[in-house]
Ligand binder design. Structure first.
Ligand SMILES: [Zn+2]
Length: 387
């Protein structure tokens, strides 16, 4: 697995934001070209005297900033990384000379080519709002819009803002992944958790359950009120537009709360367990279940979103995610003796096994069965499960 991952997204800066980005590109280009020119000049003067050449003190970035006062207005980290990139380019060049490899001498940067600058995330000065799809960059007061559907929680290391020759703007985001991950080959039974995705409690496990806060349901009266307000206002009127905006903001707020809860819960599980087994969701059955409920309740349950987030959080830690086939009769099987209770209906929350007399809580019994089946599937993949 990679140690870090780059995600490139297209951004849509407005006029003022474009102005700022272009200014930053310009300052970085100027700094690069000035430093490069200085090095070329010094080399021409001192090439016969390698000692003096090595001991030469070049102008610092700070001194350049004094020469070009307007550089203070742009992101200082962008200027720092320009300096670093130039020094790295020289190091590569000299290393290439020693090893008789052909590495190009650093070139001057032209306005005609692609423009770029790199800046670092320090104290969270780079932020992304995934719901509103906008990104905050250092030194720019406004949030820049972007279009992309990816979502992540890993810390941002640095970003490179670029502008193509055709005038399109992009941001390449480098995020941290945990270092040197190899998938676990041996797992202790105790750090494997299995959950039944339950209609009443979200996730039901043998030892613990997770209920999801019903953000939509608890906001339902407020949502209804705002919906009514929209429909009461005259079509095309300023007031209708305002009411719509209010409604949209509430939906966004609820979606953010739900996303936050989902990430936190998945993170907790991924940190606690080495393998997690979930039942592959019976989508058709779920829809039947949903059809009988208020929309606000079905909005509160998004197992698919949860599963995807949990899956990648586990994988990025070298841990395992296992699904158990939805046709596996997890609820009907007695987890003690294996007897299949064909008479079990959806309505019965508890039952007693006629073979071994064991009394079962429906979802807990199901999660035990899911765990047994999931461990079996993990072992088929070559993972050793010890108890
Ligand atoms: Zn039994």
């Amino acid at each position: 697995m990679n140690t870090n991952k780059a995600i490139k997204i297209r951004i849509y800066p407005n006029v003022l934001e474009r102005e700022f980005l272009n200014k930053t590109f310009g300052c970085c280009r100027l700094l690069w070209n000035q430093m490069l020119a200085e090095r070329n000049e010094v080399y021409q003067q001192l090439k016969e005297n390698s000692e003096a050449l090595r001991a030469h003190k070049y102008k610092t970035e700070k001194e350049y900033k004094q020469d070009f006062k307007f550089m203070i207005e742009v992101d200082s980290k962008a200027l720092q990384s320009t300096t670093r990139h130039l020094l790295e380019a020289f190091q590569k060049f000299f290393k290439g000379l020693k090893q008789a490899r052909k590495v190009g001498y650093p070139n001057f940067k032209s306005k005609k080519h692609e423009q770029a600058y790199t800046t670092y995330n320090i104290n969270n000065n780079i932020k992304i709002d995934f719901t509103k799809k906008r990104i905050k960059l250092p030194k720019i007061k406004t949030w820049i819009k972007y279009k992309d559907d990816r979502d992540f929680v890993e810390p941002i290391r640095h970003v490179t803002v670029s502008k193509t020759k055709s005038g399109k703007y992009y941001i390449s985001i480098l995020i941290d992944e945990e270092l040197g991950i190899t998938p676990l080959e041996v797992i202790h039974c105790d750090v494997i958790a299995a959950f039944d995705m339950s209609a009443s409690e979200f996730l039901v496990g043998e030892g613990e359950s997770y209920s999801n806060p019903r953000f939509y349901r608890s906001s339902e009266p407020k949502l209804k009120k705002l919906h009514r307000q929209v429909s009461r206002k005259k079509k095309g009127s300023q007031n209708r537009w305002k009411a719509r905006l209010k409604l949209a903001r509430l939906y966004e707020k609820i979606a953010n709360q739900k996303r936050d809860w989902t990430h936190k819960t998945a993170l907790k599980l991924a940190n606690t367990y080495d393998a997690i087994i979930l039942e592959d969701l019976n989508v058709k059955g779920m829809q039947q279940f949903n059809s009988g409920l208020a929309k606000s309740v079905s909005l509160d349950f998004s197992w698919h979103q949860f599963k995807n987030i949990l899956k990648y959080k586990l994988e990025w830690r070298g841990k395992h995610y296992q699904e158990v086939d939805r046709f596996f009769p997890s609820s009907k099987l007695c987890s003690v003796c294996g007897y299949k209770n064909e008479n079990l209906t959806l309505a019965s929350r508890e039952w007693t096994c006629t073979e071994c007399d064991m009394h079962h809580h429906r979802d807990k019994n199901a999660s035990t069965n899911i765990k047994i089946e999931g461990i079996h599937l993990l072992e088929e993949k070559g993972i050793k499960v010890i108890s």
